[in-house]
Design a protein around this ligand. Structure first.
Ligand code: ADP
Ligand code: GLC
Length: 537
């Protein structure tokens, strides 16, 4: 067994029970994220933050998830949140000149042995939103998440988790890899801890004025262009990228894109400098939640192996729910999304006139930029027989759109991974996407060649232009009338395994690489010290 990788009694028993552990070993993993379903969610990060620990725990690893406790958000989410109880343990950290305390609470993930710890600090987290209120970022966001990052390490220490890996996600936990390296290296329980940092979206960097460096408690020497500084500001995403042992992002294509000026959001050089340590891993799907053969929220169950007849019933039910004419012959396009520039709503805006002239139906669910919200609402008010717009967040309707729509629109300007195109593929709902990031890695265009070799599962385009999007919607409409071809597209998507199994396995390989690298580094440091001592003698 590799040093630094321990197997405890319970996990040995699991091996005996036949659970699949990589090479017969298990790791102690702490994963941290500022949001995690079912406790909190603003986007796909929350889905990943739960699904990955679940998959890692399912193959016998010892996984703890640490996330903030947002009581107001949890109360809004209602009944589906598992019980949360105090552990009786507290943490205390320095933020600038202040000492801030927090309580460590504990909960579970439904259907998983992974542990969940929530950091309770009402002044920072008992608020209506996670990061924003009435479209304004909270003014103390840097302080809130610098506190949270420090709290993660203190909770790990107090709970005696002794991790092999601390896996941080996005800017809110970008300080974690720096703290592991700079402050916790000599602390008992952290001697063997390696850090992995995952970028979910380069567009959100946690960039704050330079004086917030004082809140981090780290020496000003780290405020330089190779570590925490970016154009004179403190940048927490860059901090995570530069200090982690290994960096991942959520699709192979995005890992290449972000090293270019077009997609790097100003950090392309920093990322290129870590080129060898940057790995793209496509997210998976939590198939306990997204599965048309078991989904409790849809009108009828269906599957690729038995029959997809139930999908027609789901389409009719969706049309009824949204007040659209119940027609099986019309192409029904769905969209569930933050209504923002990233998601390409400006393209829909530009071709809305041409779209409304077509014999199609459109079902939009989401919220975001008021300009796009009002455009889509106006379209549904003007032509309610063609367009149904729902503004807001609605889990149930999102499942019903995935099951009931024929095709799914995701013309993103950039898309690190994207989850809805994968949900669509599982539900036999053919995605129409711009071939960027994870969309390029999951959707295969319905070209003549790809249809013939059975790989085509959707429609893709490269140019970010409304005419090109419109032309692809027309392609989909034309192919929809050829039921044999359409069915082939649906089957190609539905039959592929989109679960977390493969992605979790890739993360395990990354963790093993980070552990091995850390061990090599420690060996080198010891050798260096020996040489120094010898030369002093
Ligand atoms: P991003 O994180 O960039 O917003 P993703 O595709 O990774 O995009 O994830 C978005 C997640 O949020 C998906 O699980 C999607 O179903 C969900 N979602 C987005 N908007 C809504 C909404 N209005 N109602 C219900 N679910 C939504
Ligand atoms: C981000 C990205 C999205 C990705 C999600 C989960 O929010 O915008 O593409 O799927 O993170 O990794």
């Amino acid at each position: 067994m590799a040093p630094g990788v321990r197997v405890n009694a319970r996990q040995s028993a699991d091996v005996a029970e036949g659970l699949k552990l990589r090479g017969g070993r298990s790791m102690r993993i702490v994963l941290t994220s500022s949001e995690a379903v079912p406790f909190s969610k603003t986007g796909g990060l929350a889905d990943v933050a739960t699904a990955l620990p679940k998959s890692l725990a399912a193959v016998g690893h010892d996984v703890s998830l640490i996330t903030p406790y947002y009581p107001q958000v949890i109360r809004k989410n209602g009944t589906d949140v598992p019980t949360i109880v105090p552990t009786g343990k507290t943490i205390r950290v320095s933020i600038g000149s202040k000492q801030i305390e927090g309580r460590i609470l504990k909960s579970t993930l439904p259907g998983s042995r992974a542990s969940v710890y929530l950091i309770d600090q009402p002044a920072y987290f008992d608020r209506p939103g996670l990061y924003v209120e009435q479209d304004q970022d909270y003014r103390d966001n840097s302080e809130r998440f610098i506190f949270f990052s420090r709290a993660v390490l203190e909770a790990t220490r107090v709970l005696d988790l002794k991790p092999d890996i601390i896996h941080a996600n996005d800017w809110q936990t970008g300080l974690v890899p720096a703290l592991v390296n700079v402050e916790y290296r000599g602390t008992p329980g952290f001697e063997r801890t390696s850090s992995v940092f995952t970028i979910h979206n380069m567009a959100f960097q946690g960039q704050f004025w330079h004086w917030d460096m004082l809140l981090t408690g780290l020496d000003w020497k780290y405020f330089n262009w190779r570590q925490m500084e970016c154009y004179g500001h403190l940048n927490l995403l860059k901090t995570g990228i530069m200090f982690a042992d290994l960096v991942t992002t959520v699709s192979p294509t995005y890992s290449r894109e972000i090293q270019t000026q077009e997609f790097g959001c100003g950090l392309n050089s920093a990322l290129s400098s870590r080129n060898e340590d940057l790995i793209g891993i496509l997210n998976g799907v939590d198939t306990d939640v997204w599965n048309p053969s078991t989904d409790p929220l849809i009108a009828e169950h269906y599957s690729a192996t038995t029959s997809i007849a139930g999908k027609a019933a789901c389409k009719a039910a969706l049309q009824r729910r949204l007040g659209l004419p119940v027609r099986s012959d019309v192409l029904l396009l769905g969209s569930i999304s933050r209504m923002t520039q990233q998601k390409g709503f400006q393209l829909l805006e530009q071709c809305s006139g041409m779209l409304l002239d077509q014999d199609i139906q459109l079902a939009f669910l989401g919220s975001g930029d008021p300009r796009f919200e009002s455009l889509l609402l106006k379209m549904s008010q003007d032509i309610p027989t063609k367009v149904a717009t729902t503004i807001g967040y609605d889990e149930e309707l999102s499942h019903q759109i995935e099951a009931g729509a024929d095709a799914f629109l995701m013309p993103s300007e950039f898309e690190p991974c994207g989850l809805n195109q994968m949900y669509s593929l599982i539900y036999g709902t053919v995605p129409i996407v711009r071939a960027v990031g994870g969309l390029a890695d999951s959707v295969v265009d319905a070209s003549v060649e790809n249809i013939a070799n059975g790989t085509a599962n959707g429609f893709t385009f490269r140019e970010f232009r409304s005419e090109v999007l419109f032309w692809n919607i027309c392609r989909a409409r034309a192919m929809y009338s050829d039921k044999t071809k359409w069915n082939r597209l649906q089957m190609a998507g539905m039959k592929r395994d989109w679960s977390w199994k493969h992605s979790a396995d890739e993360y395990l390989r990354v963790y093993e690489r980070a552990i091995a690298r850390h061990e090599r580094k420690s060996e080198c440091d010891t050798n260096e010290r020996r040489t120094e001592m010898a030369s002093c003698r």
